[in-house]
Ligand binder design. Structure first.
Ligand code: ADP
Ligand code: MG
Length: 386
């Protein structure tokens, strides 16, 4: 006689993976995890966040140690969706939950180094990984000016993203004009890199295998990533060295500069899936999210393979209709894939979704599909009715 099997209640109330943050990166990771029957929980201040729409969530600030502790207590493994939660907060949360911070993937050490852009630069320099020299920006700027010269790039040490914490000073007057922003502390100044193009590499490190996804070229518009496509070059050695320099294990996105002489410098590291890895959702091989879930669970990893693919970001506009009504326009040609994150509010420059074009002529096809989508869905912000 067959007896139906049921999980005991205490098992069903536990989660396999907890996500600190509930944006699109958590959502797409959860989609990969759910495919394998894993139960996921996310923490986000917004109960309508992209991840909260598809799996259980805890509503709370990412700075709330008690709520972070709740995620650690309920989940076997915990991962990040951004690098903004201070490592010390995570340590405190683990103490409250009575769990080892080793339950976090990526490593806590790498998070601590990466989340402070100055510490990150220093770790790269220390390991001999090429990256622009950087210094703390204090009220006496004369030695920084002498060492770096102009133009100079200023960055907020903690919490910058999508260019929101990055300024360029072309001369001493501009540096002075920016003084009200940096004077109260927490900023670095670094050498301006006259790069010919920007590259990005997804790197994974684990006991089961270490390697890189292909090197992609990325194009930023107003410091927000707009297009990602195959670069035709290989920057994986520098990207991997960067992650080793911060004691990394897990999945990381590495942004790089290519200089006129072909040499590579590291711009910045993200300890999580990355916008520049979204092309892997449709390239026919393992996606960065599948890889991320395997790394978090400590499972065997994939060796990356796939077709040439271009990703075009769909950045916020003023909607003039339902986005779903505009999807058919984007999918008119073959080899196109549409992704939408379900964000409740569209803001200028906000990442709302993306389109992947796979195969020949992928860049032009992705751009055409995006134009077709926007022509149907929205007006550019500047044409919007007031
Ligand atoms: N040292 C630099 N020299 C020249 N351009 C830079 C430098 N640092 C950053 N940028 C430009 O600013 C963009 C945003 O800076 P980044 O450090 O990547 O911050 P964010 O965390 O906002 O992505 C980069 O993609 C690049 O285009
Ligand atoms: Mg960046």
């Amino acid at each position: 006689m067959k007896i139906a099997g049921r999980y005991p209640l205490e098992v069903s109330q536990r989660f396999d993976i907890g996500f600190l943050g509930g944006g699109q990166l958590a959502r797409m990771s959860i989609q990969a995890a759910q495919r394998m029957g894993l139960k996921c929980l996310s923490l986000d201040p917004d109960p309508t966040a992209p991840a909260s729409q598809i799996a259980q969530s805890v509503t709370g600030k990412l700075s709330d140690v008690e709520r972070i502790a709740e995620v650690f207590a309920k989940c076997d493994r915990v991962t990040l969706e951004n690098e903004f939660i201070l490592a010390d907060k995570i340590v405190s949360a683990c103490e409250i939950a009575g769990v080892d911070p080793g339950h976090l993937c990526p490593t806590l050490t790498s998070l601590r180094t990466i989340q402070d852009k100055l510490l990150q630069r220093q770790a790269l320099q220390h390991a001999g990984v090429p990256s622009p020299p950087a210094f703390s920006l204090e009220s006496d700027v004369s030695s920084v000016i002498e060492t770096l010269g102009f133009p100079m790039v200023l960055k907020v040490r903690f919490g910058g993203y999508d260019g929101k914490g990055t300024r360029i000073a072309r001369n001493a007057e501009e540096l002075e004009a920016l003084r009200p922003e940096w004077e109260s502390g927490g900023w670095l100044a670094e050498k301006f890199v006259p790069f010919t193009r920007e590259l990005a590499v997804m790197v994974y490190l684990s006991d089961h295998g270490t390697g890189c996804f292909p090197t992609m070229e990325t194009v930023q518009v107003d410091q927000v990533c707009d297009l990602v496509y195959p670069s035709g070059t290989d920057a994986s050695a520098v990207a991997l060295a960067a992650i080793e320099a911060v004691d990394g294990a897990g999945l990381y996105g590495v942004e790089l500069f290519e200089l006129p002489d072909g040499s590579i410098q590291v711009n910045e590291i993200a300890p999580r899936p990355h916008n520049t890895g979204h092309y892997t959702l449709d390239w026919g091989g393992p996606s960065q999210f599948e890889q991320h879930v395997r790394l978090v669970m400590g499972w065997p990893v994939h060796s990356p393979f796939g077709q040439e693919t271009c990703m075009a970001n769909l950045l916020g506009r003023v909607p003039s209709g339902r986005h779903a009504d505009a999807i058919p326009a984007a999918l008119a040609e073959p080899g196109l894939f549409f992704h939408w994150y379900g964000k409740v509010e569209a803001k200028p420059g906000r990442k709302m979704g993306h389109i992947n074009a796979v195969g020949n002529d992928c860049v032009n096809r992705a751009i055409r599909a995006r134009e077709a989508f926007f022509n149907t869905w929205s007006a550019p912000i500047w044409d919007a009715p007031v």
